[in-house]
Design a protein around this ligand. Structure first.
Ligand code: B12
Length: 495
């Protein structure tokens, strides 16, 4: 079989590197010869699928819409030459659905016989609606795709026998096959096919003005799938189940050895909750030190007591950025999100990470919960000021289909699911009990600027260290822009 796999992106989540970065590039550790640099996260999903298909002996081409020379028409032209049997279109969220739909319509028009298969978080959760509404889509893969793509590669004539897909029957009915069991032995999955995509990904923090954190050859790794917690706004449990499946530390270390051999110098663990099992994390860190790896890396996790003892290990093994899902400084609001974390525990975890010497500690916050008061928003900013984080995001609580928050809004008649299944709704725009949009935006940008000022005054040395770091690859103008801009529906600042 010949397959073409493409990752559809939202332009807000990648950007070209600065000229300052490109000037530095000669000196930094990037492999020579490939001149395409993008500040963005590599599409691990299609990279995994490509490895599975190549292992079966199939031909695969990989495309990422963030490639500097990418265009839909150019891509469709290449398909008319390549004539693939299957085109796999991968994307994460609602934001990319319109672009994916436009693309699949163009492909279907140019190659009516090629099977168009959607996959990823948003398609998985909305498979029935997509197949019912979108003629250009033949099949939607629900959940993890390694097993599904293996079955699809055997042929499209017995789709009914392939668990975990939704497709349109010959007579036009929407057919959903039974749920597919998650792969129990994640060590059995071949490592992602990272090089075929022809892009040098550059590690940057998701800020209003992207700031490069490492000018080293960069990639991402997923070492576990799923999260046992049930935060009301999160689709991870919906997508990958409440049971966390993890790769063995040995298997992760093998992949790190491969990355080292290939010249990668930095990576992010994009697990939903990398810190979930501190023993496994410790084993991975000890293994990295024992192998003399010199990576700079990042991970995300929950701020809870059981992780406090792991930060020394992380720091010794080169972890330079820890991103905590903190969300709020009000215990009442945290309970309302079913976050199952305590304000005191969060403070403890952040200070342990700081004392362990982790370079950047990033806090994700969410404002605009139903019933949240202006005083509680201020409490959240006061908390962010008090704890030792040196970068932060303040996103608006948003209802995504599949989450408890969405279901609650539908039950209250705030969302018409039939009509708006493909949309996402900032809660401040639909919920009578939340602070109205205008007040929330004004409050947030005023508090973000104050937080920034106070963080700099409270710890000028720390601020100077972080700014100096950014100025390696960022112009002074961009740094000024970063420190003064605050977008309407999310605000990301850094000190
Ligand atoms: C890393 C990440 C990001 C990165 C981007 C990653 C990238 N490569 O560009 C960044 C930080 C930029 C990001 C941004 C956002 N994200 Co995000 N992100 C994630 C995260 C943590 C991991 C994704 C990942 O790499 N998974 C690992 C790979 C291996 O899995 P995969 O891509 O899903 O692919 C597998 C399957 O889906 C399937 N598959 C995928 N494609 C295909 C195609 C075919 C043909 C087949 C057969 C199978 C298949 O097989 C693959 C292998 O098993 C997920 C959490 C999660 N558990 O999914 C949230 C998540 C996807 N993000 C989410 C959200 C909300 C966002 C934002 C909107 C947040 C915001 N407000 O800014 C933005 C939107 C970005 C966008 N472009 O759409 C939500 C999605 C919500 C939804 N739509 O329902 C998630 C689930 C997190 C959550 N808490 O709910 N994100």
């Amino acid at each position: 079989m010949r397959a073409s796999l493409i990752f559809v992106r939202d332009r807000r989540f990648f950007s070209p590197p600065s000229s300052k970065f490109l000037r530095r590039r000669q000196k930094s550790g990037y492999p020579q010869g490939n001149e395409h640099y993008v500040l963005g996260e590599p599409p691990l999903g299609i990279m995994y699928l490509s490895s599975v298909l190549k292992e079966m002996g199939h031909d695969v081409s990989l495309t990422d819409q963030c490639h500097p020379e990418y265009s839909d028409d150019g891509f469709v032209d290449s398909l008319t030459r390549e004539r693939p049997d299957m085109v796999g279109i991968s994307f994460l969220s609602n934001m990319c659905y319109p672009a994916a739909r436009n693309l699949s319509r163009k492909i279907k028009a140019a190659l009516p016989t090629a099977k168009i298969v959607y996959g990823g978080v948003f398609p998985s959760i909305n498979a029935r609606q997509i197949v019912a509404a979108e003629e250009s889509v033949d099949i939607v893969a629900r959940g993890e795709g390694e097993g599904i793509i293996r079955d699809l590669a055997e042929g499209f004539d017995r789709l009914i026998d392939i668990p975990g897909i939704t497709f349109r029957s010959r007579t036009g009915e929407v057919v959903e096959t039974p749920e597919r069991e998650g792969i129990q032995d994640l060590d059995s999955i071949p490592f992602p096919d990272r090089e075929a995509i022809g892009i040098n990904y550059v590690a940057s923090l998701p800020l209003d003005v992207p700031a490069v954190i490492w000018d080293r050859a960069y990639t991402s790794i997923v070492s576990s799938r799923g999260c046992p917690f049930g935060c009301t706004y999160c689709n991870c449990p919906t997508f990958s189940g409440r049971k966390c499946r993890a790769r063995s530390a040995g298997n992760v270390l093998q992949e790190l050895e491969e990355l080292d051999r290939k010249g990668y110098g930095a990576f992010t663990f994009v697990d939903d909750n990398f810190l979930l099992d501190p023993e496994r994390v410790t084993e991975i860190c000890n293994g990295m030190v024992a192998r003399g790896h010199d990576f700079r890396w990042a991970c995300e996790g929950r701020a809870e007591p059981k992780v406090n003892g792991v930060f020394e290990k992380l720091s010794t093994a080169g972890c330079d950025l820890v991103m905590f899902g903190i969300e709020s400084g009000s215990q009442r609001v945290l309970n309302g999100m079913n976050k199952k974390t305590k304000i005191h525990d969060i403070e403890q975890a952040v200070s342990h990470a700081k004392k362990a010497g982790i370079g950047i500690i990033h806090g994700f916050f969410i404002v605009g919960s139903p019933g949240e008061t202006v005083e509680e928003v201020e409490q959240t900013f006061a908390f962010a000021e008090r704890i030792d984080i040196n970068s932060f995001n303040f996103n608006s609580l948003t209802a995504f289909r599949g989450t408890p928050l969405w279901r609650d809004a539908v039950d209250r008649g705030l969302i018409d699911e039939e009509k708006d299944w493909d949309k996402m709704f900032p809660v401040h725009s639909i919920h009578p009990d939340s602070i109205d949009s205008r007040t929330l935006f004004a409050l947030r940008s005023q508090l973000v600027r104050r937080l920034l000022r106070r963080k700099v005054i409270r710890n000028p040395g720390e601020a100077a260290k972080v700014f100096h770091r950014f100025l390696q690859c960022m112009s002074l103008k961009d740094l000024y822009l970063l420190l003064t801009s605050s977008k309407s529906d999310s605000s990301t600042q850094r000190v």
